[in-house]
Ligand binder design. Structure first.
Ligand code: HEC
Ligand code: HEC
Length: 469
């Protein structure tokens, strides 16, 4: 594992690189438009280019809002909890690198906001208070989901299911409206939450821009499984994942994404009660702090009062990004990916309604649990490598030195993630060595020449070739 300091150095650069990537897309589109030859039949092409340019501008605007706009509130931005340098999510290790005056910690400093969060559980487990059942009811404590590949999950068929339980957004429950809910929930100056006093509500244009930006993040499609994996263990993990009578994972996470079939055709991004709340000894509870029950979807009190408000269901998250976005599940109950896979062999899962929906529980041996986790690590690393190469290609194309440097820095962050998820389980050590060389050739060469960047790309491609064909 690489020292945290490297991650921190990359952090600011990574954020700028992302902005640069959107802006450069806008610039490239503008150039493309200028180059379009005039004449018959060109009108449609010009129109399409106009559309793309407008979209690129909207995304760039959304990005600026996401990381910088406080909506006249308590100082938080969307990026406070969804930081680009930590894959748009929070975990205790990242939280520990933040300064005391970071707006994430407003509840520690401002007495008017003392009950906005449980500061101890925020720092120890990355848990955030969410009043998903209305502000009159007690809030629940939830982890921060990454906002990557939303176009394959929340915006998929049968959506929108926003938030862990699919009921986070006010009004029409859409991803667009979710922003308004996030501002009222997280940005307020006092717990009165009066619009125009404690914060300002986002405008329609801002909602459009933030939606466009969020939908542009991460993968735009799911991988098509099975992949031609080289490692025997991840390959076996993939087989188990896809086997509808053994691992059964693909019944709910089709192609390691967020859409389900339950064996009955494409159902899209649905909610299921898989029993996470029934786990014994969830870590937050061990602190002695009050942890309210989380009833999942719906605001109606569960007939069993200990189950809180809701019907117990949570919506299915995508898995390609899982390995580098721990901890796992809506309550961050599980710290490791291996633990998250092992959950499916627990009584909590096997006695759940979700287990019944897939024709009975899941039994896996420990080796099989590790194999499935190895598979999830490998698909995450492949996504990291592809992302790094995309950024490096943009760097080679870019004529602006500063922008180029930021692309390079961000790509190094992706490689860093790939190394962490593979090395974390001793997978593909040969590929890890190559990735490490690719990364060091990029971190020591500022300003990196095209030759150095291309060398890194070659090493990454070779590394990729050791993992999958
Ligand atoms: C204080 C931390 C915090 C801040 C600030 C914050 N979020 Fe979140 N975000 C969360 C948590 C926690 C959840 C899970 C909520 C739930 O389950 O209902 C979440 C969920 C989401 C989701 C749902 C993702 C999914 O897969 O369903 C989106 C989208 C999102 N946030 C966007 C935003 C936007 C846009 C902003 C800024 C306006 C923002 N968030 C500000 C903590 C935060
Ligand atoms: C019946 C549907 C269903 C099946 C089968 C299923 N999952 Fe899930 N999975 C879910 C739901 C729903 C969640 C979110 C639950 C929550 O947070 O309470 C989830 C969450 C996860 C998470 C945590 C993701 C994160 O970002 O926190 C992982 C990892 C995961 N599943 C892996 C698997 C694996 C591996 C298998 C097969 C062994 C599997 N799942 C089978 C429905 C299912």
């Amino acid at each position: 594992m690489a020292p945290l300091s490297l991650k921190r150095d990359l952090a600011g650069l990574a954020r700028l690189a992302l902005l640069a990537s959107c802006l450069s897309a806008a610039v490239a589109l503008a150039q493309e438009r200028v180059r379009l030859p005039a004449g018959n039949g060109q009108a449609q092409a010009a129109h399409a280019a106009d559309d793309r340019l407008a979209r690129a501008r909207l995304i760039a605007r959304g990005e600026d809002l996401f990381f910088n706009e406080t909506f006249n509130g308590n100082g938080r931005t969307c990026g406070t909890c969804h930081p680009v340098e930590n894959n748009f999510t929070l975990d205790p290790a990242f939280i520990a690198t933040l300064k005391r005056n970071d707006p994430l910690f407003v509840a520690e400093r401002n007495p008017a906001l003392a009950d906005l969060e449980n500061p101890r559980l925020l720092r120890a487990f990355g848990l955030i208070r969410e009043h998903v059942d209305g502000f009159q009811n007690p809030g629940v404590l939830r982890g921060v989901p990454h906002v990557l590949s939303l176009s394959t999950s929340v915006a998929s068929f049968s959506g929108p299911q926003t938030g862990w339980s699919g009921d986070g957004a006010p009004g029409d429950r859409s991803l667009r409206s979710f922003t308004t809910g996030a501002v009222i929930q997280h940005f307020t100056k006092t717990l009165q939450r009066v619009p125009g006093v404690d914060f300002r509500l986002p405008t329609e244009v801002e909602l459009d821009a933030l939606l466009a930006f969020q939908l542009s993040l991460g993968r735009q499609s799911d991988p098509v499984l099975p992949l031609a994996l080289k490692g025997a263990v991840p390959r076996r993990g993939q087989d188990i994942f896809l086997d509808d009578t053994l691992g059964k994972c693909n019944l709910c996470h089709v192609n390691a994404g967020a859409n389900a079939t339950l064996g009955a055709g494409n159902l899209g991004n649905i909610r299921v009660d898989i029993g996470v709340e029934a786990l014994l000894d969830p870590p937050a509870g061990l602190t002695g702090e009050a942890v309210p029950p989380d009833g999942g979807f719906g605001a109606i009190p569960n007939p069993i009062p200990q189950l809180g408000f809701g019907d117990g269901s949570f919506n299915i998250p995508p898995l390609v990004e899982a390995a580098d976005t721990p901890p796992f599940f809506h309550n961050n109950a599980i710290a490791t990916l291996e633990g998250a896979v092992a959950f499916y062999t627990s009584d909590a899962f096997n006695n759940s309604p979700g287990a019944r929906q897939i024709g009975g529980g899941i039994r896996l041996d420990t080796t099989q649990v590790e194999a499935v986790a190895a598979f999830l690590r490998v698909i995450n690393a492949l996504e990291n490598i592809d992302g790094a190469i995309r950024l490096q290609r943009s760097a080679v194309r870019s004529r602006n030195a500063a922008r180029r440097a930021r692309f390079v820095a961000r790509s190094a962050g992706e490689i860093e993630d790939a190394i962490e998820v593979l090395a974390g389980a001793g997978l593909h050590p040969d590929a890890v060595t190559l990735l490490d060389k690719a990364r060091s050739s990029l971190t020591g060469c500022e300003p990196c020449s095209n030759k150095a960047i291309r060398k890194a790309i070659r090493r990454e491609r070779t590394a990729r070739g050791r993992i999958a064909g």
